[in-house]
Design a protein around this ligand. Structure first.
Ligand code: ZN
Length: 174
């Protein structure tokens, strides 16, 4: 998974070995051919790989990474607070917090654009494109929206899923 040429290898239709416990119902894991919609397992793996690549890029840019980390922490806290609230519209409030975090990421990207030229984001963009094939509509939409905001986007998709845990715990929802 750490091999930077991993995705290229898949595109070249090389043999892909399935590790124990890795399942795939969409064929992508075995063929490397991206289907219109990935199965849930491939979707989760794609998000994890996107996030790993995001961490790799941010590790090269400590100041940017610290700013992104602060936005992620505050967004997560605000989202959880909204979801725990029994007043108002907790789910749309949580979504609004995610959106607000995304706008802050976009400002950070502009502020750090000179540093950003030092790291390649080709693979990050490639994996963002893969996550845009997720089976879950809300994941797809969030990934596409956040990818335009720059680094931190993959973490935002993870936060969306984090929030979904609360969502599905609500009585009468899912
Ligand atoms: Zn699959």
């Amino acid at each position: 998974m750490d091999d930077l040429d991993d995705l290229d290898d898949l595109d070249d239709d090389d043999e892909v070995l399935e590790l124990p416990g890795e399942h795939c119902a969409c064929g992508y894991l075995h063929t490397g051919v991206v289907p219109p919609q990935l199965c849930l397992d491939c979707g989760d793996r794609a998000i994890a790989r996107w996030r790993d690549e995001e961490k790799r890029a941010l590790n090269l840019l400590p100041a940017y990474a610290a700013d992104v980390e602060r936005v992620l922490r505050e967004t997560r806290d605000a989202q959880r607070k909204a979801l725990r609230s029994r007043r108002g519209e907790p789910f749309s409030d949580a979504d609004w917090e995610l959106d607000k975090g995304g706008r802050r990421l976009a400002r950070l990207r502009r502020a750090h654009r000179d540093e950003l030229t030092r790291v390649g984001l080709d693979r990050w963009n490639e994996l963002a494109g893969l996550v845009a094939h997720d089976r879950r509509e809300v994941t797809r939409k969030t990934a596409k929206r956040m990818a335009k905001r720059g680094l931190g986007a993959a973490a935002m998709v993870e936060l969306l899923h984090d929030g979904s845990v609360y969502y599905f715990q609500q009585p009468g929802r899912g």
